[in-house]
Structure formats: C-alpha cells, structure tokens
Design a protein around this ligand. Structure first.
Ligand code: ADP
Ligand code: MG
Length: 691
C-alpha cells in the first residue's frame, strides 16, 4: 500500500493510482477491475468512442433513445431520495424556446447545490419517456454556462471509456485530462523512420489526441497510430517466433510416397481433395528438419482425424513415437477407436491413457512408452503427468488445443527433450476475411469440403406453441429406430446450475413428456467414468434420447442420431450451436436441428437465423464476425488473436502495412538490437507455438 501523494508532489507515469488524492476505495476497486493500477495504465485506458456534442439540438428536436446536446434554462429543482433503492435523485425541469423537458440525475446530490432556477446550462444525454408523459433526459453530462473560454468537456468530441461500477466515463474524463501532461514523458515505441514513412503521429501527441481530439481529423490520425501499433506488435512477435522456430533443429520424418499411398489405399473411402492437400502439406512439414507448427482446420465431420492418422503413420514409419492429446475422455476414447481401425492394417496398435485407466494397465503403458516399444498413445491430460515419458517423440497432435490451459500446454512442452513436430486440430473455423496466417507463428491447412454423401441438417425454430409438435416428431423418429439429443440451457456463472437444469429437464421429459422413450442424462458433474459409460450405452443404442449439458459439444459420434433439440438456443454462441448441430447428420438418414426459442435478444435471434440459413462453419464464422465485430467473434481469442482496442483486424490494408514494416525491421535487425523494437515483445503470446 503506497502512501498518498502530498499536495506538492507531482505524480509520474508510474505512480500507483491509490496514491492520487481523493480516490475512494470503491473507485480503486473499479479501476483494478479494469486492470488499471498506475497513472500510465490510466492514460492507456483508451476511449471506446467519442460523442460529438458540438451539434446543438432544441428540446423539440429530442428523439427518444437518442443522445443530444441542448442548451437550456433551469426552471425548477427537486432533490429527493428514492424510497425503494435509497438512491439520491435530483430532478429538474428545464426549458428552451421550443419547449420544456424533465431531467433526472442519479446519485449526484451535489448538483442540488450547484444548480438553481434561472441558470443556463448545457446538457448532453439520452432522451427517455417520462413516467407521466413528456420527455426526460436521464443522467446527462452537465456544464454550467461559461463566462469566459476555458476547456469545455460538454459540447466537443467527448470520450467514452470502457466502464465498470464506480468508474464511469464522466468520472474518468477530468482525471485523464489532469494527468495528460504526463504524456510528454512517454517514450516513443515505434522507430522514427517508421513514423515518417507511414505518416503516423508520434506517440505523445497521439495519446493526448485520442482522449481529447480537437476535431475528427485529429481523432482519426490518433486512432490510426494506435491501430497500426496493435496490428504491428503481434505480427512482429509472430515473425520473430517463426524465425526462431525455423532455426531450431527438430525431428524429421521423411516423406515416403509408398507409405502415404498404401495408407490411402487401405481406407474404405477416397480422400477428398481437401484432405489430400492438407495431408500433403503436413507430410512436407514432417520431412523438414525444423519443427512443424501447423493447425488443421475443418468443420465437424470434415475428416480431420483421417488426415492426422496419415501423419501419425508417416512419423511411426520413420521410427518416431506419436502422441494424440484430446481435451476430454470421451473424445480421447473416440480418437483411440478411430486410430485403431485406421492403423490396424499396418500393425500399429494405439494405447489409451486417460484418468480412468487402471493402475496395472497404466504401468504397462508407461513401460511400453519409456522403452519405445509403444509407438502411438492417445489420451487426455493424463498424458502430461510426471511419470509419462516419450523418449522418441516425433509428432505431437493436440485436438481442440484451446480447451487446454496454458499450464497444460507448457507441461507437454517440458516433457519432451527434442522439438517434435506439432499438429493442432480444430473445428473452430476462422472467418474467410481474416487471414490467419498473418497471426501467430502458425501454418494452416484447411479442409473446406465435406466427405461426399452428407445430407444437410434441417434446422428450424420451435416457437413456444409448437413444442408438443416437436416432441411428437422426436417420438416418431425414435419409432423409426433413430436416436437424438436434447441440450439444456446455458446458465451463466454457475456450472452447477447448468447440471441442475439438465437434471430437471431429464426428469420432466422422462416423467411426463416422453415416458415411453429410453432417456439417459449426461452432464459435466458426473464422474468421468460414469459419463463415459453412459455415452457408450447411448452409442450402443441402449437409449433413445440423451439429455445433456454442453458437455456433448465436441466429439460425440453416433451416426444413428438424427435429431438434436437445443433449449434456450438463442443464448448459445454461434460456434457452439454449430458444434451442437454437428452431432447429427453423421449417418445416412436426414437429420434435424430443433431450436427451442426462448426470450432471445435481437442478436440471439440473428444468430439463430444465421444457423438456419447456413450449414458451413466458415460462413457462420463470417456472420458471427459481422454480428459481434472482430473483438471476440467465433473464438478468435482462443485462437490467439490479440485483443484489438483501436486496431481493426478486418482492415486488410492496415494489417498488410504493419506486416510489411515488421518484416522490414526484422530483416534489418534480426536480433532486435534496437530497444525500440523490443518494446511490447513480452506482451504477446503466440498461443499455438509449441516451443
Ligand atoms: P472430424 O475429426 O473432422 O470431425 P472425422 O475425421 O471424425 O471428422 O470424420 C468424420 C466421419 O467421416 C468419420 O466417420 C470418417 O470415417 C468419415 N470420413 C472421413 N473422410 C471421409 C471421406 N473422404 N469419405 C467418406 N467418409 C469420410
Ligand atoms: Mg474427429
């Protein structure tokens, strides 16, 4: 705990915010929630947007729900305390030449002392309907009429910041303004020649201007500077990581065309063109002396596992060990089963190591791996426990890597002395308009098309009045020998509640709605062994209907399942909905996805419409990107995309420019001798890098 600054002491960029005068503990807690600890952090808390308050409206021009600036005269004032919530309210009547309006401020009792009837003030805020008719401006920014010039914060481009309880934009503005002179002490983070060539504003100026721009042009130039930087750092980090990886010596599995051909010929189907291309790209990488770092991307059911099996086959043919790690036991078991079938013709027998593997078998597996006699092991994070050793590891495959924690990824890295080739698989598509290869040190192979013969899943909404019809439909599918799923609502901030809701739905369905069907319940709270057993029984058609929480999101492969009902569907994200739907349509019968509508908000509804309209995960990723913006769409953060505050991942031009600059600088100074170039290097983690 620092001591408060004395009045004569000036803060510096490094001064902790708690040492500034007059900041309450509530505000400090809020600031901490926003990640703001020092004065520097506060200056780097960039506005999300600016409101142009220079345009004046009259009271008669106010529109409900829209923000506007009005110059008015105070008619009367009524401070009071609300009875229910014990809020301090200040209500006022104001007028101009065109009419009168009400104003209400919450928790700003001091305004009652500042304001008085007859006074002229400027207000900026949103107009709402007054409870008893007319218009009310709610919680507006307020400024007294100024006698002389001075800096005004109402009636210019006013910043709005990311906020939290206790820390509003209104509170932040004057604090930031008072501290902004310190921006003069900020060191430049881009080399001078880059600023000149790219026409970018120096950091000091940009920092002041992005908070309080004189006009739109200044704001745009300041944003361009920060936007460039945000796109520049991660690309530079990625290029650096790539440079370092390519310089390392890894394991090599020569590209043996005869081995590849015999694998393809052993399959009961023909590989699709996309599968061939992806496999080819991977096999070329395996043949390189430096370690591979590649992502295999393809929609659910597009046939990634076959491609991974081919890579495993090649690495084993070269005498290496191969490990495949999956995020759940269900998935690990399925991969194990698939690989066993695909690799049996070559006398390769994969081992399965999961949490529920018995002690004796576990010892045997560990022994086989340590001795190098076992070549292929599939498992969960049980694979990264201390005693597990893979002395000849040549290829490491991780399924849905983003579902593992960073710590688990690092443990896997620590287990292996050499630099094995690394293949990560994911069903989360990256939107077309983002060029993933520009981010992270990661090569990407994509499987875009589906294996032939897939019948598109029929997706439709079930309105509240259509429920009974939907249950009748489910019953008729079951009568025809089919199976299906009901996914239960997502309940925020309580995984336990989610399990409860699935349990309640299971009881309701098996009790009253579908008592003649064989139902089984699966949720994340069950012991892994029990969960696996119930899944197995369902897959073996000992049950008709599986009621589940989102645990079945990935990896459930039951070709006989032809329907999936999703409760409260509008509350799931598009990626997850698409994953759910991918659980059906895997067999030869037409499948159905039933979206039980709840009280979704407009974007929830838009997501459901998109799901009905599009089958392709890449298309859906595009839609999601448009609905949400690049910030957190479609698991982009999971994929290691940096968070953009100002920069725009979708701005191809700016991205390319930043890339070109990063390439040029690294080429000229590969060891980063220039300290300016080192700036921000630690700030970015290239998530997929396996080193
Ligand atoms: P993913 O891992 O991408 O979800 P899988 O590899 O599990 O997909 O494949 C899904 C199903 O499609 C499996 O039953 C697999 O045998 C089958 N499959 C894969 N490739 C082909 C193909 N080229 N032709 C026909 N079926 C295929
Ligand atoms: Mg698979």
């Amino acid at each position: 705990m620092g001591r408060p600054l004395r009045p004569t002491e000036a803060p510096t960029l490094e001064t902790p915010l708690e040492e500034l005068p007059k900041i309450s503990s509530v505000r400090l807690a809020g600031l901490r929630r926003l990640g703001l600890v020092t004065v520097r952090d506060l200056l780097w808390h960039l506005p999300r947007r600016h409101d142009d308050q220079r345009q004046r409206a009259t009271i008669s021009e106010l529109r409900l729900g829209e923000a506007a600036t009005v110059e008015v005269e105070v008619v009367s004032l009524h401070p009071r305390r609300s009875r229910q919530r014990r809020l301090e309210l200040v209500e006022a009547e104001v007028m101009d030449a065109t009419g009168t309006a009400g104003v209400i401020w919450f928790n700003q009792p001091h305004l009652a002392h500042i304001l008085h009837p007859g006074q002229r003030i400027t207000l900026h805020g949103k107009a709402a309907r007054r409870p008893h008719g007319g218009i009310q401006i709610r919680n507006p920014d307020m400024e007294l009429e100024r006698r002389s010039g001075g800096q005004s914060s109402v009636g210019v481009l006013v910043p709005t910041y990311p906020e939290t309880a206790g820390v509003t934009s209104r509170w932040l503005r004057p604090r930031v303004r008072d501290l902004l002179p310190l921006a003069a002490a900020v060191a430049e983070t881009l080399p001078e020649p880059v600023l000149a060539q790219e026409g970018l504003v120096p950091l000091k100026e940009a920092l002041s201007q992005i908070h309080f721009p004189a006009d739109h042009l200044e704001l745009e130039r300041a944003r361009a500077r920060f936007g460039f930087e945000e796109l520049f750092y991660p690309q530079r980090a990625a290029l650096l990581a790539r440079q370092q990886r390519l310089a390392r010596k890894g394991t090599r599995s020569p590209y043996d065309v005869a081995v590849a051909r015999s694998f393809a010929q052993s399959l009961p189907f023909r590989l699709t063109d996309d599968q061939r291309r992806a496999a080819h790209e991977i096999l070329i990488d395996l043949d390189r002396p430096s370690p591979m770092n590649r992502l295999l991307q393809g929609d659910v059911g597009s046939g990634k596992t076959v491609v991974a099996a081919m890579a495993a086959r090649m690495a084993i043919a070269a005498g290496h060990q191969v490990v495949l790690m999956a995020p759940t036991e269900i998935l690990a078991r399925q991969h194990h089963e698939t690989l066993r079938e695909l690799l049996a013709p070559f006398q390769i027998w994969p081992r399965l190591l999961v949490g529920s593997t018995g002690a004796r078998q576990r010892r045997e597996i560990l022994g086989g791996l340590a001795a190098g006699t076992d070549k292929l092991v599939v498992g969960t994070h049980a694979l990264i426990e201390d005693e597990v050793r893979f002395p000849q590891l040549g290829l490491c495959i991780v399924d849905e890597q983003h579902r593992f924690g960073v710590a688990q990824r690092l443990r896997l890295r620590d287990k292996v002395a050499a630099n094995p080739d690394f293949l990560s698989m994911t069903a989360t598509p990256i939107p077309r308009s983002l060029n993933l290869t520009l981010y992270g040190d990661l090569d990407v192979s994509q499987i875009r098309g589906m294996p032939p013969g897939r019948i598109p899943v029929q997706t439709r909404m079930v309105e509240p009045g259509q429920r009974q019809g939907a249950y009748d439909f489910i019953r008729s599918e079951v009568r025809q020998g089919r199976q299906g799923f009901i996914i239960c609502p997502l309940i925020e901030d309580s995984p336990g509640a989610e399990a409860r809701s699935a349990t309640a739905e299971y009881e309701r369905l098996s009790g009253e709605v579908l008592p003649d069907l064989r139902l089984v319940l699966v949720h994340g709270r069950l012991p892994a062994r029990e969960k696996a057993e119930r899944m197995r029984a369902f897959a073996a058609h000992e049950f008709d209907l599986l009621v589940a929480t989102s645990v079945i999101e990935v990896g459930v492969d039951v070709p006989n399942a032809t329907f999936i009902g999703i409760e409260d569907a509008g509350r799931f994200g598009l990626a997850q909905l698409h994953q759910f739907r991918g659980r059906v349509g895997r067999g030869t019968h037409e499948s159905h996805c039933l979206l039980f509508a709840g009280d979704e908000d407009p974007t929830g509804l838009a997501r459901l419409r998109a799901l009905i309209e599009h089958q392709d995960g890449f298309e859906l990723a595009e839609v999601d990107l448009r609905l949400r913006g690049a910030g957190d769409a479609y698991g982009l953060r999971q994929h290691g995309f940096p968070e953009m505050r100002v920069g725009d991942l979708l701005d191809d031009g700016l991205r390319e420019r930043a890339r070109a600059v990063a390439e040029r600088l690294l080429a000229a100074d590969p060891e980063l001798r220039d300290p300016v170039l080192r700036h921000g290097i630690q700030g970015y983690q290239v998530v997929f890098e396996f080193d």
